[in-house]
Design a protein around this ligand. Structure first.
Ligand code: DGL
Length: 282
């Protein structure tokens, strides 16, 4: 094992913009840490792809980040974590943290009636990863899981519209409300009291989802809990960055960097100053 430089960045990746919800939580929880974020926009969405192919992407991006000298990797994409977390943990040299276990933990802690709903991409829901992670914590929790694949495209589309010039807000097409009503109907019937946003794109549309589910349902995103897990892991390993660390945030995308920076700023909550294009197909 090579020695770890505590000032080394944390690597984080997603199929596109969604993982920036997790990057933002990391930046808030660990303000002395540098971050390198990879958004694989050119191959987004991962959701409808075969697990084996997504695992290949995880291996590729993980290797890339390891070469950039990161001290820990966060798979900030539920689909990629469901397909490739175990692979990355067993084949890489640095610790790898996904978003599914942290989300499951937050849900089990929050549910009172022990009835939890999960929404995510086809890949995440078909993997059964949330059911397994929740059962490992409390096998008595009933889990209702529903794939809501069109939400990813709607989020990406919503982000590309300007909304009254307010960069924090996202334009939501009317279609979103009717679609969300249909998707969420079985979960309303399942009498859940907690709903996990099992896709890192979904916090962007948390408000309409909460409106449709009603006040009795708590909405959980794994971003904060994942940031806590990263903080705990680095602290245990004695690898937290020093308080005088020169913090750098670097962003890489397989898509168009200008567009990524423009849209990503709305999720990250600050300008994406250092942005680069990267190509994994060469
Ligand atoms: N952000 C990804 C996730 O958390 C979903 C987007 C995609 O389908 O690529 O699952």
């Amino acid at each position: 094992m090579r020695p770890v430089n505590n000032a080394a960045p944390i690597g984080i990746f997603d199929s596109g913009l969604g993982g920036l919800t997790v990057a933002a939580a990391l930046a808030r929880a660990l303000p002395h840490e540098s971050l390198i974020y990879v958004g694989d926009t050119a191959r987004c969405p991962y959701g409808p792809r075969e697990g084996r192919q997504v695992r290949g992407f995880v291996a590729q991006i993980g290797t890339f980040l390891a070469r950039r000298g990161v001290k820990l990797i966060v798979i900030a994409c539920n689909t990629a974590a469901a397909a490739g977390l175990s692979y990355a943990q067993t084949h890489g040299e640095v610790p790898v943290i996904g978003v599914i276990e942290p989300g499951a933990r937050a849900a089990v802690r929050a549910t009172r009636r022990r009835r939890v709903g999960v929404i995510g991409t086809e890949g995440t829901i078909a993997s059964g990863a949330y059911g397994d992670a929740i059962a490992a914590l409390d096998a008595g929790v009933a889990v209702s899981a529903v794939a809501t694949p069109a939400f990813v495209d709607l989020v990406e589309e919503g982000l590309s519209h300007s909304y009254d010039g307010d960069a924090d807000k996202v334009w939501l097409p009317d279609e979103l409300y009717s679609l969300a009503g249909q998707y969420l109907a079985p979960l309303r019937q399942a009498d859940i009291d907690v709903l996990v946003l099992g896709c890192t794109h979904y916090p962007v549309i948390a408000r309409p989802i909460a409106d449709i589910m009603g006040g009795g349902v708590r909405i959980i995103s794994s971003a904060e809990e994942t940031a806590r897990e990263v903080a705990g892991t680095l602290a245990r390993r004695g690898q937290l960055a020093p308080a005088d660390n020169e913090v750098r945030y670097e962003f890489l995308t397989t898509g168009d960097p200008t567009k990524f920076a423009h849209l990503g700023e709305r999720i990250f909550g600050a300008p994406l100053k250092t942005i680069e294009h990267i190509d994994f197909t060469e």
